[in-house]
Ligand binder design. Sequence first.
Ligand code: NAI
Ligand code: MG
Length: 475
Amino acid sequence: MFEYSKAPEAKLVSFASSYGHFINGKFTKPSNTYQTINPATEEVLSEISHGSAKDVDLAVKAARTAYEKTWSKLSGSERGKYLYRIARIMQERARELAVAETLNNGKPIKETRDFDVPTAISWFFYYAGWADKLEYAGLGSNPKSLGVAGQIIPWNFPLMMLAWKIAPALAAGNTVVLKPSETTPLTALLFAEICQQAELPAGVVNIVTGHGDTGAELVKHPDINKVAFTGSTQVGKIIAKAVAGTKKKLTLELGGKAANIVFDDAPIDQAIEGVVNGIFFNQGHVCCAGSRLLVQENIHDDFIKKLKRRMNSLRLGDPMDKNTDVGAINSKAQLEKIKGLVKKGVNEGGELWQPECKIPKNGFWFAPAIIDGVSPANTVAREEIFGPVLSVITFRTPAEAVTKANNTEYGLSAGIWTEKGSKMLKVADQLNAGVIWSNTFNQFDPTSPFGGFKESGYGREGGRQGLTAYLKGGH
Ligand code: NAI
Ligand code: MG
């Protein structure tokens, strides 16, 4: 590999030494705090408040009052103005947000700078445009908002998940209480400052930080009208049970085990890039990651040889360096989970290969990995690893590819690589996945609905469909 000189981004952000919750337009006094760290160095970045039932209740009350007294009384175009203002302030503070996300999450700065932050902003711009056009959302001429939404998000795309949740909720006329992940609260707290800067009416957006129990308090609060959750299938099931029998609406965006199918007539070099992007983007901490490579048997050896060559050029290391491709694993717990599943995969007959990488001394790291020769029964063919690990499976015919791709509890995304348009359409038609990419992977756009089937959850985020989740009469 060529040597590069270091190219670190400047630390263009300063965090408060501790944060309270953001309730009714103000930060509360920090209490019951825990430390949030940089997973690449284990350095403490700030102290975060662990929200109690009382904090959640105060936030829901603020959101209810803001809904009744202010937000539901504004016209759509007025709500839209606030969303545009938030989007523009995010643009002004884009570099700061990117640095904050990289420091708290461990993902490479080139991803936060070029993907996470611009995508989050695009969601606000897109839904700002919808705020005064709700009668075109497909739910009749005068669709009504729900009220207060409780929103719980994970650590893999902290700011982007916040945008996916808050932008459509506000555009549709709801107020929100959002709980970010315990390991990545900092960009949500910077976003709270942005709401203040935008002079968003107090209580429209409330942010309560904390662990799973804080999320559980939010889910069970009697005065919320909607729960929106992104995270593990395991917690999704707990939430579905807690919401069952209440009048609360629910959308769940859960795990995945996507097949990235490469046919022998695919543009091979492009497919290599797509497979690499599909699983090593964001260290594989992606619900729609292409974590199962289904490669046609007759090109298997050549494809894997080329894939290994490409993987040898991936740079693992300091996420703040602009040349870094693979950053840190978000937490020690996640690293342990990845290691455990990879060990199982090898014990069950998979062949592990990893390029030689210099692993930094501090922080949590896992070198990009492929596990070849994976049988359909192998744990690494079935369970979401949520790490930079690709399971390789072969197939002979398109029908076998479809059967193997669909042989999963999940149904979030899939990829198809072939030069033949007719084959691509036929295979796409037979795959049980909410999102299917062809000759590309991991593309996101606010106009396009995203969501899953089966254990990947229900409801759609993005597009016109994403609005219906926050309006009466929608799912
Ligand atoms: P998680 O599902 O426990 O956490 C997601 C969010 O839910 C966090 O904000 C958490 O505080 C909250 N939460 C946890 N328990 C809750 C409860 N009982 N009620 C309400 N909210 C609750 O995910 P975690 O522990 O971070 O990761 C575990 C595994 O889940 C990962 O290894 C990965 O496989 C998978 N995962 C999948 C994601 C996806 O987008 N598909 C996102 C995050 C994790
Ligand atoms: Mg958990």
